[in-house]
Design a protein around this ligand. Structure first.
Ligand code: NAD
Length: 259
């Protein structure tokens, strides 16, 4: 039980990567708060882990809303008594060439990824500093390190998360708070399923070609990364118990990007 009696908040955990991270944290002994825009999805994901609500709850949280973030983190601490781990994971994708990208879409994506990371971090730090420790994990992407066409706001936001994690690592160290970034390659979640036809349309190629020639071309084996792969990295960061591992970013991408 690597996370025995730790309390974790995972944002965007009604679906995809966040949902699997919540599941793996619960299996490792953590009490889990599933925070999502989609309350019904959050509650049902929590009920799958523990229908008694003693070890898992779902809360509504739009990560771009200061009041909803503060309220959701307060609920987590109110219900489970502490906060040890934050996974700032909620995110969306928007596929468009820069010259056609509406300003509103740019702002929406940056708000979810960057304002969301800031607001959840600030709310979590206030509890973690009082407690004397914690671990914050940001869901970056290979696009925290590399660029692709049609993804300007996403690439910008994901690069930005690395900067935020480094500042949290420096400011948080004396309080025992660590911050790290996971950078997955393509994972077959609703976020990716939605963009396959969108990319096919915008690039004028088949959906099969998007998968083979765009998404997986640079991997070492033509394979998607899985939600389990990403959850294993999250568990590693969450359970690591000292400031020796902080301010880092770990790429989990079948070798798509190597440093
Ligand atoms: P997903 O669409 O399966 O899940 C995203 C979740 O975030 C959903 O439950 C959604 O309701 C929630 N969400 C969206 N906007 C929100 C908001 N404003 N406030 C709170 N919750 C909100 O997507 P996923 O693939 O699991 O993505 C999770 C994270 O992983 C994202 O940050 C994404 O950028 C990142 N990521 C995904 C991939 C991939 O290939 N799937 C690769 C690298 C990084």
């Amino acid at each position: 039980m690597r996370l025995k009696d730790k309390v974790a908040v995972v944002t965007g955990a009604a679906s995809g990567i966040g949902k699997e991270i919540a599941r793996s944290f619960a299996e490792a002994g953590a009490k889990v708060v599933i925070a999502d825009l989609n309350l019904a999805g959050a509650q049902s994901a929590a009920a799958e882990l523990d229908s008694s609500k003693r070890r898992a709850i779902g809360v509504v949280m739009d990560v771009t809303s200061e009041s909803q973030v503060d309220a959701g983190i307060a609920t987590a601490v109110g219900v489970f008594g502490r906060l040890d781990i934050l996974v700032s994971n909620a995110g969306i994708q928007i596929v468009a060439p820069l010259e056609d990208l509406p300003f509103a879409a740019w702002k929406q994506l940056l708000a979810i990824h960057l304002d969301g990371a800031f607001l959840t971090t600030r709310a979590a730090l206030r509890h973690m500093y009082r407690q004397g420790g914690g671990s914050i994990i940001y869901m970056g992407s290979v696009h925290s390190k590399e660029a692709s066409v049609l993804k300007a706001p996403y690439v910008t936001a994901k690069h930005g998360l690395i900067g935020l994690a480094k500042v949290v690592a420096k400011e948080g160290a004396k309080h025992g708070v660590r911050a790290n970034v996971i950078c997955p390659g393509f994972v077959r979640t609703p976020l990716v399923d939605k963009q396959i036809p969108e990319q096919a349309h915008k690039l004028g190629i088949s959906e099969e070609a998007v998968v083979k020639e765009v998404m997986l071309k640079e991997t070492v084996d033509g394979e998607f990364t899985t939600v389990q792969d990403v959850a294993a990295a999250a568990l590693f960061f969450a359970a690591f118990d000292s400031n020796a591992l902080t301010g880092q970013s770990l790429i989990v991408s079948h070798g798509w990007f190597m440093q």
